[in-house]
Design a protein around this ligand. Structure first.
Ligand code: SF4
Ligand code: SF4
Length: 374
């Protein structure tokens, strides 16, 4: 049985040949930290994929399981000294399996998300000003929860985007992935700027194989809106922050977020130990490997609780679920502990902070944030 589609074998081989087998990726892999199995690290996966392509290895359930043990957190990729695009290889290497075929039909994904949409019954719908200068990329979870994205009263116009396509990419549903990329790029092409509030969507779209490379420059994460402006919290609050893996791999580091949070008046920011460690959720990883996901999420919760913060903030809806879940479990185990409220960072700023504009910061060459906010 082949593992890969031969179409991508050459690209995979070229990428794998860049791997010096130094093993540095092992030290960054949350899966390795949990199960101490080299075969599940990036190096281990790459070697197995290479063996499958060359025909030296035959695909069996053990190899499939090793390759499946991945949170797609990109930690191996961003820390690889040889620049091996590890997670791309893991995705390219996937032969379209049954799940990929079902995903190609959109059935499972839509089913899961329609369950989520039930939760939207409990959401309120606030009022907004409208602007058409920039587009908002609404991720699937935000869409199904009918979350409204706003920046202090500014409603960004939603672009007619489809899913960022990461679920298709990671399941080997390559044809669907490419169709979605084409559709989404055509909308980005006709916009001035696209704003994201989900780290995973942002990172996925940033890594699209764009036909027009300039389109990549139009992508912005919402935190850029909060630079160079004054934020004042309406009460004294202690906060901490979990950096989503995909925010880090998209190029936004913890210091950048911290500089915004620390600048908010009346806020005390407490840095969490290992704030950049994965939350353990990994898309549907927590369903496929619940024990590993649970153990990783409990480590995260332990570090959150140590901060004694009132709020734990983050910038990814799936991380937010994971944090809420692990904190809730800790409360069940010990009813006496004080637990923080888990909240999306933008929601926190909108709900608890006043904003004053000091300067007229430009987000990129064309768009002036001040014009957008007044
Ligand atoms: S993937 Fe990168 S970090 Fe891992 S062994 Fe290969 S060269 Fe080293
Ligand atoms: S993407 Fe994350 S979980 Fe997957 S191999 Fe790399 S470091 Fe490990």
């Amino acid at each position: 049985m082949n593992y890969t589609t031969s179409m991508h074998n050459k690209e995979i081989e070229q990428n794998i040949s860049k791997c010096s087998r130094c093993g540095l990726c092992q030290g960054f892999c949350p899966i390795y930290e949990e199960i101490k199995n080299e075969k599940s690290t990036a190096r281990g996966k790459l070697m197995q994929i290479f063996g499958l392509i060359k025909g030296d290895l035959k695909l069996n359930s053990k190899i499939l399981n090793n390759l499946d043990l991945c949170l797609y957190c990109d930690k191996c990729k961003i820390n690889c000294p040889s620049g091996v695009d590890t997670t791309r290889i893991f995705c390219l290497g996937k032969k379209l399996n049954l799940l990929g075929k079902i995903l190609n039909s959109g059935f499972v994904f839509n089913l899961k998300l329609s369950t989520l949409s039930l939760l939207s019954l409990f959401k309120k719908t606030p009022k907004y000003k409208e602007t058409s200068k920039i587009l908002y990329f609404e991720g699937c979870i935000a869409k199904k929860l009918k979350n409204k994205f706003e920046i202090k009263g500014l409603k960004l116009k939603k672009g007619n985007f489809k899913c960022c396509a990461l679920p298709y990419l990671t399941k080997g549903a390559r044809a669907t992935y490419e169709k979605i990329v084409k559709h989404n790029e055509s909308i980005i092409e006709n916009s001035q700027m696209v704003v994201f509030d989900c780290a995973t969507c942002f990172n996925t779209v940033k890594n699209y194989p764009f036909k027009n490379p300039k389109n990549k420059e139009k992508l912005v994460f919402y935190t850029d809106f909060y630079k160079n402006i004054e934020l004042i919290a309406n009460k004294n609050i202690t906060i901490t922050y979990h950096l989503p893996c995909h925010l880090k791999s998209s190029g936004i580091n913890i210091e950048e977020i911290e500089s915004i949070l620390k600048s908010i008046k009346n806020i005390k920011y407490v840095k969490m130990e290992n704030a950049e460690d994965c939350c353990g959720f990994g898309g549907d990883f927590f369903i496929r490997h619940p024990k590993i996901a649970f153990n990783i999420s409990m480590k995260k919760a332990k570090n959150i609780l140590k901060t004694k913060a009132d709020y734990i903030l983050t910038s990814c809806p799936t991380c937010l679920w994971s944090l809420k879940f692990s904190i809730f479990i800790n409360k069940l185990i010990n009813k006496k502990i004080k637990i923080p409220k888990a909240l999306d960072m933008n929601t926190f700023i909108n709900n608890y902070c006043k904003i004053t504009i000091e300067k007229q910061p430009k987000i990129n060459q064309d768009v002036n944030m001040y014009e957008l906010l007044v």
